[in-house]
Design a protein around this ligand. Structure first.
Ligand code: GDP
Ligand code: IMO
Ligand code: MG
Length: 426
């Protein structure tokens, strides 16, 4: 059996949680492979809304095994909050969820270091989610991290050594925090975490594959936030691309099957960093209002702009995307005109391939303007109902991106998802 991957092609918040939930019935296992509680994945069904941070979005479909993989960084306190809320709403999490012993732990001091690093950067801060993601991955790579499996043996001493090292670092940055209360809560959450099934998830997944089971990997963040290929240094600290599913779960590259690349019909970004098609005018504000573009985790305003096909083509290439999923097209239902950036102009020259830097002062997007469809679409049930101008928009994107759009999302609810039977224009 093959492993399919679903991941974001922009700067995150494309709607991954919603679509993973919709696709889960087709899979036996759903697994997160990177990131941590910097993610906020929203699902809506039966009039209820849930936001998941570290737990995979497959937990609402009965009987699926959900895995938090080795590539994830886990904050026990936030995990506990999330898990207890799910259990309260009737999800039998203890039977559904398994956690890799190799996943790294976010310590209270990692969060303090995240904040201190941001303060030290001043005007050039990254605008992180403040969840300790960067410092935790830094410790992983510098071989100082603590893993979920460490909680099973002689944990206190390992924890104290790591904490003391962090406190020294904070002192060197002029900070003297009192972490007593934070630490107490965190250690209690470690005890809670230990009541879950902690596994060697690479063995579990490969065994499942040998038995003919299927796996869906759920990406967090987006390709433009990838530590290697995103808009560095304004990125997150993990590999958000398809390759991240291999290292973050122990899946061999030749096991990867379909790669679902998910994008919004426009583009958003939260935090600092370059965003070539950002709109600072009324149109940007209108997209933000209609799309409710405020962060699921931090509540921060998301920056909004037109779709960027230069960046999307790059993301499709890096990820080996086989199918595209377009989200939030309903947000553009009432626009007279829609723009799409097809190339950049840098120093007066046209650039078609995504360049080393998109921070150049002279960079200007080159737009194509398309007519809007001016039709409310959020109550539609099949692609046959799509207005012609919307079909033309899809055909335009499929041609520019050389990849079929197989699913179109027209609202936040599970039901507002339209599968296209065939991709006539691809
Ligand atoms: P994720 O991080 O990729 O899972 O995405 P988020 O949950 O952070 O952000 C997506 C937001 O858009 C959520 O509030 C969803 O409920 C909402 N959403 C998802 N798909 C659609 C859609 O097709 N139309 C509209 N209007 N909202 C959507
Ligand atoms: P989901 O999975 C959008 C952004 C932050 C910041 C940068 C680094 O919901 O799509 P970090 O805390 O990771 O060190 O922050 O990355 N960022 C996200 N933006 N969606 C996310 O996740 C994000 N996770 C991190 O805003 O710019
Ligand atoms: Mg999100």
């Amino acid at each position: 059996m093959k492993v399919d991957v679903l991941l974001g092609l922009q700067w995150g918040d494309e709607g991954k949680g919603k679509v993973v939930d919709v696709l889960t019935p087709r899979y036996d296992l759903v697994a997160r492979f990177q990131g941590g509680p910097n993610a906020g994945h929203t699902l809506e069904f039966e009039g209820k809304k849930y936001v998941l941070r570290s737990i995979p979005s497959g937990v609402f479909q009965q009987g699926r095994t959900n895995i938090i993989g080795n590539g994830v960084v886990l904050d026990p306190v936030l995990f506990r909050e999330e898990a207890e809320a799910l259990e309260k709403s009737g999800v039998d999490l203890r039977h559904l969820l398994k956690i890799s012993k190799k996943a790294h732990l976010i310590l209270p001091t990692h969060r303090l270091l995240d904040a201190a690093n941001e303060r030290a950067k001043g005007g050039s801060k990254i605008g992180t989610t403040g969840k300790g993601i960067g410092p935790t991955y830094t410790d992983k790579v510098s071989r100082n991290g603590l893993r979920v499996g460490d909680t099973l043996h002689n944990f206190k001493a390992k924890y104290e050594a790591a904490r003391n090292r962090h406190l020294d670092m904070l002192r060197a940055m002029g900070e003297e925090p009192d972490i007593t209360a934070l630490e107490e809560k965190w250690l209690a959450a470690i005890d809670y975490l230990r009541t879950y099934e902690l596994v060697d998830s690479e063995h579990l997944i490969n065994k499942a594959l040998r038995e003919g089971k299927s796996v869906l990997c759920e990406g967090a963040q987006g390709t433009m936030l990838d530590v290697d290929f995103g808009s560095y240094p304004f990125v997150t600290s993990s590999n958000t691309v398809t390759a991240g599913a291999c290292t973050g779960l122990g899946i061999a590259p030749n096991r990867i099957g379909e790669v679902y690349g998910i994008f919004k019909a426009y583009c958003t970004r939260v935090g600092s960093g370059p965003f070539p098609t950002e709109l600072f005018d009324e149109t940007g504000k209108r997209i933000r209002d209609l799309g409710h573009e405020y962060g699921a985790v931090t509540g921060r305003e998301r920056r909004c702009g037109w779709i960027d096909l230069v960046a999307l083509r790059y993301a499709i290439m890096i990820n080996g995307v086989t199918q595209l999923i377009m989200m939030k097209s309903d947000v553009l239902d009432d626009f007279d005109e829609i723009k799409a950036c097809v190339a950049y102009e840098i120093d007066g020259k046209r650039v078609d391939d995504f360049p080393f830097s998109i921070e150049e002062e002279s960079l200007k997007p080159i737009y194509v303007t398309l007519p809007g469809w001016k039709t409310p679409m959020s109550q539609m049930h099949s692609e046959e109902e799509f207005p012609q101008a919307f079909r033309d928009y899809i055909a335009f994107l499929e041609k520019e991106l050389a990849t079929p759009i197989t699913i179109v999302s027209i609202g936040p609810d599970r039901k507002q998802t339209i599968e296209r039977h065939h991709s006539a224009n691809a």
